[in-house]
Write a protein that binds this ligand. Structure first.
Ligand SMILES: [Zn+2]
Length: 471
């Protein structure tokens, strides 16, 4: 696609405003589906997940109006495998989209493809993370897969954000208002064709942490301190010897990015109401992974399977079928997203899904003891299983295992592996079975075999380098 056609694509998303109101008819149409993903949102910085700062009033309201999953784990600590797992209900090593050099298996079926077959008249994605690129297989089933409008707008400085150095790349771009704006225009035009499926990816909490005013100071307890004059808030600032003040500053800016994103998601939900879609739309909000601020001596995400990187949020709202204000304690993960959405529209069992619908668990009382499996990203040798209150992390290259009690030691400081060998063995058996099953399934999907390498353009490569995913 040339720059000119991209510009046309952008202008095509500028229809006239059309307000409409439609009553939900339980007997007739399937609900619309609004699937919102927030990049790099760790659960413990979200109000309804217990954060003490008011970063997320709109997410908190959404949770009050629907169901919140309190024990949610991401498939991996990185965007690409996590999003493809949400789209396919397959573990990362099975779908195969596990690095910037690999696209998903050509045999996967995505959520958008399933919905298209089930009669969804309009399917669209508006993304702002270059790793969720159509060349990796993410666009399957979407009528519109807009993975470049926002980058184009960024390059043309359409955002008009003077406080951000436009030359530094997409990681500093401020895109949440543009995602909402582009989505609003799509809803005004294409939203007339119900049922529709819209996937939105909000990117701002991803490093670098450069929220626009007033969000840059809103959560900073010392906004005028000398250290705050330093504008460089990139990951190299948070080296292992960063001062507590530097970490505090980076966290304040990260919270600012979350607050800014929450604000624009609030605007989106308001627009959904104004267009008459409050009752006939299933809203799903999820994060792809968390973020580390020296919790275990590192920064950013991708390298470990500790909770700060793999504990995310999941909430669902659909007034017709889901209770309001319910907090579901059941363990949940990215694998469950597709089966849950399909269940919500009446498809009780979906073929080729490794996850399960969460809706029966929402309706029942109590939490099922169900193992949840995690996979490493930039360290693919890492695997983990969470079962009940315990997490076992294994380095499959060295065989080294760590055992953590997430209830007694939420920050995962104390390795109990040597103290509890029987428990280690039991969890390790779960993990062995899982790894064997995934290897067999990956063979069926021909991951690593005939799956072609993605065809990346110079622009793709430049953007991936800017994000630090390519050297
Ligand atoms: Zn991400």
């Amino acid at each position: 696609m040339t720059a000119v056609t991209r510009r046309r694509c952008l202008s095509a998303l500028l229809p006239t405003l059309l307000l409409r109101s439609r009553a939900w008819s339980a007997s007739a149409a399937k609900p619309n589906i609004l699937f919102v993903m927030i990049d790099t949102l760790r659960a413990d910085h979200v109000g309804c997940y217990g954060y003490e700062k008011p970063t997320t009033p709109n997410l908190d309201r959404l949770a009050r109006e629907g169901v919140r999953f309190a024990d949610f784990h991401t498939a991996a600590p990185w965007t690409m495998p996590s999003v493809m797992t949400m789209f396919t209900s397959l573990h990362p090593t099975v779908h195969g989209a596990t690095s910037t050099q690999r696209r998903a298996s050509l045999k996967v079926t995505t959520l958008a493809e399933r919905l298209k077959r089930l009669g969804y008249r309009r399917t669209a994605a508006i993304t702002s993370n270059p790793t969720v690129n159509s060349r990796y297989g993410f666009a399957q089933g979407f009528d519109l897969y807009d993975d470049y409008t926002l980058f184009l707008a960024h390059e043309l400085n359409l955002f008009g954000t003077e406080d951000v150095d436009q030359r530094r790349g997409i990681t500093e771009a401020v895109t949440s208002h543009s995602v909402t704006q582009t989505a609003t225009r799509w809803l005004e035009k294409e939203g007339r064709e119900s049922p529709w499926f819209l996937f939105l990816l909000y990117f701002d909490p991803h490093d670098r942490y450069v929220p626009p005013a007033p969000w840059d100071r809103r959560f900073d307890p010392h906004p005028n301190a000398a250290s705050r004059r330093r504008r460089d808030t990139g990951p190299h600032l948070l080296h292992p010897k960063a001062t507590p003040q530097e970490v505090e500053h980076a966290l304040a800016l990260y919270d600012g990015e979350i607050g800014y994103t929450d604000h624009h998601i609030g605007a989106l939900l308001k627009k959904l109401d104004a267009l008459g879609h409050h009752d006939d739309t299933l809203v799903l909000l999820v994060s792809d992974h968390g973020e580390e601020f020296l919790d275990h001596g590192g920064v950013r995400h991708g390298r470990t399977l500790y909770d700060e990187q793999t504990r995310g949020v999941l909430m669902l709202r659909h007034p017709d079928t889901l209770p309001a204000g319910k907090v579901a304690p059941v363990p949940a993960c990215h694998l469950d997203v597709t089966p849950t959405i399909l269940d919500a529209i009446g498809v009780r069992s979906a073929a080729a899904c490794q996850g399960t619908s969460l809706l029966p668990l929402v309706r029942s009382q109590g939490a099922a003891a169900r193992p949840v499996f995690l996979e490493g990203a930039t360290r693919p040798e890492l695997r983990a299983v969470v079962h009940g209150r315990h997490k076992l992390i294994r380095d499959t290259l060295t065989g080294r295992e760590e055992l953590h009690d997430l209830d007694a030691d939420a920050s995962e400081r104390t390795d109990l592996a040597s103290q509890k060998p029987a428990l280690c063995h039991r969890l390790g058996s779960h993990l062995d079975l899982h790894i064997t099953a995934c290897a067999a399934a990956a063979g069926a999907y021909q991951v690593g075999g005939v799956t072609p390498r993605p065809k990346l353009t110079p622009r793709d490569l430049k953007t991936l380098r800017a994000l630090g995913y390519l050297q």
